[in-house]
Write a protein that binds this ligand. Structure first.
Ligand code: CTP
Ligand code: CA
Length: 221
């Protein structure tokens, strides 16, 4: 086994990892959210920390404990997630794994909306900030910005389009049409960059995380 500096090649590097869903309030008791266990993002935060990185894990609501040696910042909304990421800059590495709600209810009522005879209330939505795109064009842009793309079809084409649109360096494309991926322990991914595509065998999320962390370390070596 590697020892000393070779075992912790990311020592002195700062990393931001977003994970979990965001939750967008409709009123004080109701919210809109996404399906996300947070498992893959937490595993990546842990794997980067294991290689010596100083990791800030910006997490939406999940049932997971913070990995040892990782600084977790708990947030709920996309706007809070963005603010926490910006507060964690400068960083060398950003890995955006969170399932951010694309939209939020336009105005949060201060009081609980009551069932009345008016029928169901209309909920008008506005677009949330794109955290990955914002970090990719930030003044203090991390040297390596990595996004995820969960797709059900045309995985690689969608991933490449996202890479261009968001201005990140790599997209980890995740085929969620594979049975058991959402909320499960395995992931089948491909790493898409300007340089091409690399397909990885289906593996436990912890193993995907270790491989990604090792590839990130190799990028900085
Ligand atoms: N992402 C983000 N902020 C958002 C939306 C997405 O940081 N408001 C990040 C995700 O964390 C992920 C990547 O962008 O790393 C791709 O997310 P995805 O939902 O697949 O992309 P969208 O651009 O929202 O496209 P769509 O949902 O329409 O496929
Ligand atoms: Ca989205």
């Amino acid at each position: 086994a590697l020892t000393g500096a070779a075992a912790r090649p990311l020592t002195g590097r700062r990393a931001i990892v977003t994970a979990g869903p965001t939750a967008e309030p409709i009123d004080p008791v109701r919210l809109i959210t996404n399906r996300s266990s947070g498992k893959q993002g937490y595993a990546i935060a842990q794997a980067l920390a294991a290689l010596g990185a100083d990791v800030t894990l910006v997490s939406g609501p999940t049932a997971l404990p913070a990995p040892a040696g990782v600084a977790r910042v708990a947030v709920e909304t996309a706007r809070e997630m963005l603010a926490a990421c910006e507060a964690a800059l400068p960083a060398d590495i950003a890995v955006c794994v969170a399932a951010v709600a694309d939209w939020r209810p336009e105005s949060l009522g201060a009081q609980k909306i009551k069932k009345g005879d008016g029928g169901p209330p209309p909920i008008s939505l506005v677009e949330n900030p794109d955290i990955l795109a914002t970090l990719s064009k930030a003044k203090a842009r991390p040297a390596l910005v990595v996004g995820f793309a969960a797709e059900t079809n045309d995985v690689e084409a969608h991933a490449r389009a996202k890479l261009d649109r968001k201005g990140c360096d790599w997209i980890v494309a995740n085929d969620v049409s594979v049975q058991g991926t959402m909320g499960g322990d395995d992931n089948a991914v491909a790493i898409v960059s300007k340089g091409g595509i690399e397909r990885w065998e289906r593996a436990p999320k912890a193993e995907v995380a270790r491989r990604l962390a090792a590839r990130i370390a190799a990028h900085f070596a």
